[in-house]
Write a protein that binds this ligand. Structure first.
Ligand code: AMP
Length: 392
């Protein structure tokens, strides 16, 4: 990626201006709630659905596909700036915004890069960031050759538009190659060595229009079936490793000329940090910043895209536990223990239909005198509360 220069400094967009959000999910919902708190208006382009998590709390919900030119025009009529809560979208909204003189943060170039795992890995390597050994394959015989070269097991991922383990599979045997190729849709794939990590961590970093950089510290993440299940902060890593991780995130933000927020997911290995993925938006590993920091990841996104200085993102010790659709499929849930746990923050995203693996909400607990400051203890408390939802 060509290093970006900062946009010309301009007056910050004042309260009363409208934030145009591309994507209708929970990240957009929490950004919209923060924007409202600060006196901004919100318009959401949902991608098609109505009453989306973001759209149902916005001033304007435009329920149309991301490549619908009339819908894009409607968005640009009301929006003073465009930002993203979902990056796997057609980029014509960014091109139209540029023609209309409406700022797009993060830039279309950053979004295009992170849409494609191979472009993203190349852009990271160009600026000296370590990623797992990888290659691109376009045919089944190339996949078989990559498996021989890297050695088993490998992880094969759809090059474009993958997230939350969607479009990826672990290949354990040479015989599994043909099946994996079919299952992933016979498309261009990124093949990676499996990284033997000790833990997965992430850093959510924000960068303002005048180049100020701030993060929330290191998050330690646990995934179940490739979907983030829980986060604790601070991550249980050394001070030096934490500085290194935060430095990598700041380096990416600076080199890419970010304006907005991005999340860098990393593997912590005995020989160093390896970047797995970059998301050019707030991230569910940053949800605990809503209560654990003076300025959450959503407030930092708002501040960056309207041209304000960043806030203080430093976090108290905290834990976050995701509530996935699988829980909701088990029948009526018993919320009484969660309601009785006065210090626990419940977030439900207003999704009408539960599906397996769908993110429906989350719980956050911030350390204090009564619960202590050990994030593992905070997480254990949340785990028992989640268990109580279905213990009837
Ligand atoms: P991704 O969709 O790339 O974020 O991958 C989802 C999850 O799959 C990661 O958070 C890891 O738990 C696991 N994973 C992905 N790539 C690798 C890899 N190269 N080595 C080990 N685990 C991986």
């Amino acid at each position: 990626m060509t290093p970006q220069t900062l946009p010309a400094l301009r007056e910050a967009l004042p309260p009363g201006s409208t934030i145009g959000i591309v994507g209708g999910g929970q990240l957009g919902r929490m950004l919209a709630q923060t924007a409202h708190q600060h006196g901004y208006r919100v318009a959401v382009l949902t991608g098609g659905s109505r009453n989306t998590p973001a759209g149902s709390v916005a001033d304007t919900e435009i329920a149309a596909p991301f490549d619908d030119d009339a819908a894009i025009s409607r968005l640009l009529e009301v929006a003073d700036v465009i930002t993203w809560e979902f990056e796997n979208v057609d980029l014509r909204v960014a091109r139209a915004a540029q023609r209309a003189g409406v700022g797009v943060f993060p830039s279309a170039e950053i979004i295009a890069t992170t849409q494609d795992r191979s472009l993203e890995k190349k852009a990271l390597q160009e600026i000296g960031v370590s990623v797992a050994p990888w290659c691109i394959v376009n045919r089944q015989d190339e996949l078989a050759a990559a498996v021989r070269e890297f050695g088993l097991p490998v992880i094969a991922k759809a090059a474009r538009f993958g997230y939350d383990g969607k479009g990826q599979t672990r290949i354990e045997t040479h015989n599994a190659v043909a099946d994996a190729w079919q299952r992933l849709g016979c498309q261009r794939l990124v093949v990676e060595s499996v990284v033997a990590f000790e833990r997965e961590i992430s850093v959510v970093v924000a960068r303002s229009m005048d180049g100020q950089v701030a993060d929330h510290g290191c998050m330690e993440n646990a995934h179940v079936k490739h979907v983030l299940d829980s986060t604790i902060t601070p991550a249980r890593i050394s001070e030096a490793r934490s500085r290194e991780a935060r430095g990598i995130a700041a380096h990416i933000a600076n080199q890419w000329g970010l304006v907005g927020v991005l999340c860098v997911e990393m593997f912590d290995t005995p020989t160093g940090l390896v970047v797995n993925e970059v998301a050019p938006r707030p991230h569910n590993s940053g949800h605990c910043t809503i209560e654990a920091a003076a300025a959450s990841q959503f407030e930092q996104q708002l501040r960056a895209v309207v041209g304000m200085p960043l806030g203080d993102g430093r976090c108290q010790p905290a834990a976050m536990l995701q509530l996935l659709g699988d829980l909701f499929l088990e029948g009526a849930l018993d919320w009484s223990e969660i309601y009785a746990a006065a210090a626990v923050h419940l977030h439900l995203y207003g999704k009408q239909e539960a599906r397996s693996g769908r993110k429906m909400g989350h719980l956050t607990l911030v350390g204090d005198d009564s619960v202590g400051a050990d994030p593992a203890v905070l997480l254990a408390k949340l785990m028992s509360l989640r268990q109580a939802l279905t213990d009837r």
